[in-house]
Design a protein around this ligand. Structure first.
Ligand SMILES: *Cc1c(COP(=O)(O)O)cnc(C)c1O
Length: 494
């Protein structure tokens, strides 16, 4: 299986190892498989008795054909086995009213990013070998919270790699900040940036596009790579849990084999929901894809009328991992609908004017599969409270955005049958806002919120998060954006 750019460069394609090693295609586009492998109901039936790592290896092997099944199984066992996900990687439970919940936050950093970032570093190290790459890879990340910590945990002490994470000191939750400041590992660096997420992101992008900088690193035997959700290595492991969830629901008797399952995903960069769409294209019985946004509702508008317009005020919400105006992976959806040439054209318009509009036939093809809802801050808070009081289920603010969207979708009479709502973070990761939603109480220090939330609900704090709360921060550097390149250089050549 070869991988090609969404913008049309190198149509002859590259190997999956090369796509994972480089992240971005040479024309600025994203890598996509040249064709989508097909699965049928027999394939799903065969997965039912298997463990999650075995299911993962089966699905990954359809896309990563330059990796052997044994390699993929070994990596999947190392990523998802060994009790790293407690109780299991992707359990499904019933939420009442035809809704089911897929919990993806039982890994080491309590957010769904672990599902990809526990296995991706292993695929990445193999990719270096497969591509005869002898230099050290420096993984450079700008984060609004969850990606940074999950990438640090995934890449820590991985041979042949170093990882450096920049986060905005005022743009992440207290728990998220502490998680990063207490990071262990010999090859990690964590630095706060005075400014917001955009400042950190822009600084990192500038470093990535600086040829002279790359040359300096190269002389020291180092090259830059990214752990961003635009990397195919982040996306492909996410396809697995949708197929796995279907297997589990079938095994639990919640649906008949072949019966369509609608999926509702709290969305930011469109990576998670796009993985569900690929599962559907492969032939998994996925029905509609419900894209749930917060008040940064650029995707809701796009899915309602085909116009993408990022020219609007950026809002800081209580679901910060979805505070995004440029949803990078949407480019992959465009590519599947309009092809490479038009995708390149729309992306050019987006960067020049901040907007583009699909033709009505293009839009209809997307609307066949996707529907968008957005959840206001008030409704998000009310949903956290309602689901806790009615269903006895404690959910985080991102998950609440999706639960509210799913409820409205069902009330609108649009649901075919069952709706699988994706739960993306532990409520304890956003304990301050969850506590406020339940009790109206706001502790003086957000780091006190987890203990208060535990007292109030009796719901267990995930063990890794609980350990973090009693650790002393060690990464305390804070710098201005201008100092990012020298900070990277110093760490890279150290
Ligand atoms: C990253 C993240 C999201 C958004 O996922 P995308 O793949 O970017 O759409 C939603 N919820 C949480 C908790 C996240 O960390």
């Amino acid at each position: 299986m070869k991988f090609i750019s969404t913008r049309g460069a190198s149509p002859e394609g590259v190997s999956s190892a090369y796509a994972i090693k480089t992240g971005l295609a040479s024309d600025g586009g994203l890598f996509m498989p040249e064709s989508i492998p097909e699965i049928d109901l027999d394939f799903i039936k065969e997965l039912v008795p298997l463990s999650y790592p075995e299911r993962a290896a089966r699905v990954l092997s359809l896309f990563l054909t330059d990796y052997s099944y044994e390699e993929l199984l070994e990596d999947a066992e190392a990523a998802y086995g060994n009790g790293k996900f407690n109780p299991s990687p992707a359990p499904v439970s019933s939420l009442g009213g035809g809704k089911y919940m897929l919990e993806l936050w039982h890994g080491p950093t309590s957010a769904f990013k672990d599902m990809a970032l526990q296995i991706m570093p292993r695929l990445f190290v193999r990719a270096l070998r497969k591509c005869d790459e002898e230099r050290t890879a420096l993984i450079l990340v700008a984060t609004s919270g969850d990606t940074g910590k999950a990438a640090l945990e995934g890449y820590r002490d991985v041979p042949g790699t170093k990882i450096k994470v920049f986060y905005p000191i005022d743009g992440v939750s207290r728990v998220q900040k502490l998680q990063m400041q207490t990071q262990e590992g010999e090859n990690v660096s964590v630095v706060g940036i005075r400014g917001n997420f955009d400042d950190a992101q822009t600084g990192v992008k500038k470093i990535f596009s600086d040829g002279e900088f790359a040359e300096k690193l190269n002389e020291g035997g180092v090259f830059l790579s990214s752990a961003n959700s635009i990397n195919w290595g982040r996306l492909v492991p996410q396809i697995v849990y949708y197929i796995s969830a279907y297997c589990d629901m079938y095994a639990q008797g919640s649906l008949a084999l072949g019966e369509p399952l609608d999926v509702c995903v709290p969305t930011g960069n469109f990576g998670n929901i796009f993985a569900a769409y690929i599962a559907k294209l492969m032939g998994a019985p996925v029905g509609k894809l419900i894209c749930a946004s917060n008040e940064n509702n650029v995707l809701t508008e796009f899915l309602a009328c085909g116009r993408y317009n990022k020219n609007r005020a950026f809002r800081t919400t209580m679901s910060p991992s979805m505070d995004i105006l440029i949803s990078s992976n949407l480019e992959r959806l465009l590519y599947t609908v309009v092809g490479a040439e038009k995708t390149a054209e729309y992306m050019k318009r987006l960067s020049a004017d901040g907007e583009y509009t699909l033709t009505s036939s293009e839009f209809l093809k997307i609307a066949e599969n996707f529907v968008g809802y957005y959840t206001s801050e008030d409704e998000c808070r009310a949903t956290v409270k309602r689901i806790y009081e009615k269903e006895g289920c404690l959910i985080d603010t991102h998950t609440a955005v999706a639960v509210s969207a799913a409820e409205r979708y069902i009330n609108d009479g649009k649901a075919a049958a069952r709706v699988l709502v994706v739960s993306t973070a532990s409520p304890y990761k956003f304990a301050g806002d969850v506590l406020l939603s339940l009790t109206g109480e706001k502790p003086s220090d957000d780091l006190l919120a987890p203990a208060r939330l535990l007292e109030h609900t009796g719901v267990e704090i995930p063990a890794p998060l609980s350990a973090t709360l009693s650790k002393a921060p060690v990464h305390l550097d804070v710098i201005d954006r201008e100092a990012m390149p020298s900070s990277v250089l110093e760490f890279a050549l150290d």
